[in-house]
Design a protein around this ligand. Structure first.
Ligand code: NAD
Length: 469
């Protein structure tokens, strides 16, 4: 197995970044805390590697397929390391490794299509597509590998090179991934840099970077867009969400409760497109609260390395403090915890899966993104009111509608102001679909051919028809 030190940027000796196991609260390893000065050399080498990488589409496809195979082959090393630094159950880490490989394989097969334009003039045009240059990929800590692959796979497939910066909370699995990919890709085509801020800010504003693709919170997304304005690099932002699940009055609570619960609590609620608030008709509100609270009270919470664990710890101490504070404020304002509502005793960043009821509609646990194992369940009397409330925040990532009549649910889903809507489930994505948030949830389009073309620029050649073309 290659070590993450392989391919490490030379330059000023890096200080170290402590990496904490959220299940114990203890530091268990470290990674380089790289200096911003190192970025000049990294981006310069990415620029030089681009010249060879962009030239041979067949070699790129083969390289990305080999990369997918290498990731799968290293699953037994990657998955436990991911669980150790991120906290999620090992089965979810294994699924994340598989999704990382799947992204490489999907984009390996995409190629841009050239198109002829003949609109009757004496010249005919041909639209071709060119890569942009070195791409900066900046990702958060909730799905470090799969979100990174969602950025570097289309960027590399399109003929760009990539500098990837993971969150300082989860640098290790990404460094190992970088070392694995370095065994099958040409040198400097993908470089992983790790460290605290201002590393990301400097990367986003670096003059050698031609596209900044960022996933993270709304405030950091705004800072990234401002930083990238310095070099006028293209910006793609996949930002926070506050997805609502609207339950219709014909919903079969017993049938959907499990799916709804996991749509909110998978990865300990740390999912951009998790269900973050539920709107239930007044008549069914008590039944919905009890069905979810029963699951929250009985689900196994623990270390992701324990085979029985379904929900792991919150990833990091500041996020745990935010979850605790938003819950405390809601309870102080009159909300009631039907389950949980507090941290769990003992070491590690554990918070009891929490179902809140009697929550004020403008409470921050409803209007902001809690990003943790806490779910408010609100009651409504009139469906228009529920749809208005679902659309009533600054976010617009996803949303779902749940009911027995799928056509009525689909008609209601049509009224949601978001990028992706689901009926009777939530948060499933296809690799072939566009993924784009509206309002504060994002700028640009990721996923599928749209994400691929987001890493290319059009190049148009006009020729005289009389010259035989
Ligand atoms: P964050 O915004 O704090 O950090 C994201 C990344 O940006 C990290 O690598 C961080 O080190 C880096 N960063 C921090 N300051 C920076 C700066 N000034 N310039 C450049 N980079 C900087 O987000 P987080 O707490 O790591 O992740 C949680 C957030 O990510 C949530 O809001 C969640 O909804 C969002 N998210 C969105 C999606 C999506 O696809 N829309 C997916 C997953 C997570």
């Amino acid at each position: 197995m290659p070590t993450p030190e392989a391919g490490r940027a030379p330059g000023r000796r890096a200080t170290r970044l402590a990496v904490v196991d959220p299940a114990t609260g203890e530091t268990f390893d470290e990674a380089p805390d790289q200096h911003v000065e190192e970025l000049d050399g990294v981006v310069d080498r990415a620029g030089r590697a681009w010249k060879g990488w962009r030239a041979d589409p067949a070699a790129r496809s083969a390289g990305l397929r080999a990369a997918a195979d290498a990731v799968e082959a290293a699953g037994d090393d990657l998955a436990p390391l991911l669980t150790r630094e991120q906290g999620k159950p090992l089965s979810e880490s294994c699924a994340e490794v598989a999704r990382t490989a799947a992204r490489l394989r999907y984009f390996a097969d995409l190629a841009p299509s050239t198109r002829r334009i003949d609109d009757g003039r004496p010249v005919a045009g041909e639209i071709r597509w060119r890569p942009l240059g070195p791409v900066a990929a900046i990702v958060p800590w909730n799905f470090p590998l799969q979100l990174a692959a969602a950025k570097f796979a289309p960027a590399l497939a399109a003929g760009n090179t990539v500098v990837l910066k993971p969150s300082p909370y989860t640098p290790l699995a990404t460094r190992l991934l970088g070392a694995i990919l370095a065994t099958v890709l040409p040198e400097d085509v993908l470089t992983v840099v790790t460290g605290r801020e201002p590393l990301g800010a400097r990367l986003a504003s670096h003059p050698g970077i031609r596209h900044v693709t960022f996933t993270g919170s709304v405030p950091t997304g705004r800072a990234v867009a401002a930083a990238a304005a310095a070099s006028l690099a293209r910006v793609t932002l996949e930002l926070g969400g506050n997805d609502a699940a609207v339950l219709l009055d014909d919903v079969d609570v017993g049938r959907i409760a499990d799916r709804l619960f996991w749509a909110a609590f998978r990865n300990c609620g740390q999912v951009c497109m998790a269900v973050k608030r539920v709107y239930a008709p007044a008549r069914l509100h008590g039944e919905v609260v009890e069905a979810l609270a029963h699951r929250a009270r009985t689900v196994v919470v623990g270390s992701g390395l324990d085979p029985g664990t379904r929900i792991g710890p919150v990833n990091n101490a500041p996020q745990l403090a935010r979850v605790e504070e938003v819950t405390r404020r809601a309870l102080a304002a009159g909300a009631r915890a039907a389950a949980g509502g507090h941290r769990l005793d003992g070491p590690g960043h554990f918070f009891a899966p929490t179902i809140l009821t009697d929550v004020l509609p403008d409470d921050p646990v409803v209007t902001r993104e809690q990003f943790g194992p806490v779910l408010p369940v609100l009651s409504y009397r009139n469906l228009d009111e529920a749809v208005d409330a679902a659309n009533g925040t600054g976010f617009g990532l996803g949303g779902s509608v749940w009911g027995t009549d799928p056509d009525r649910a689909a008609a209601t889903a049509d009224r949601l102001e978001c990028g992706t809507a689901w009926i009777n489930h939530h948060a499933e994505l296809s690799l072939a679909q566009p993924f784009a948030g509206v309002k504060d949830s994002g700028v640009g389009v990721a996923g599928g051919p749209w994400g691929f073309y987001g890493n290319l620029r059009p190049f148009v050649v006009h020729r005289l028809k009389e010259e035989g073309r």
